[in-house]
Write a new protein. Sequence first.
Length: 118
Amino acid sequence: VQLQASGGGLVQAGGSLRLSCAASGRTFSNYEWGWFRQAPGKEREFVARIRWSGGSTFYGDSVKGRFTISRDNAKNTVYLQMNSLKPEDTAVYYCVARFALDTSYKYWGQGTLVTVSS
């Protein structure tokens, strides 16, 4: 499985960005996808996840109500729509994936930098 994240950039506080994660390498009907982020000097933080089948979602407390994770099955792509961005959202965002029965995310993308200016 290969993951290619894109869409990061510089945005002012209150603005929006949409991250994309294109997946390749196999079929994904029994996979779970997610996003993590890591800010400079901080620990990695869970952001959101989505089940490929059914589309159920779950969010970290710090982004709940502002971020939305979604998927396009036909394009094998997962998205993270980020609204009402805050400076504390500044981080490298990583797209991840795991088989439904695995206990951890085995596949990681290269990361895309999001910078939110105040």
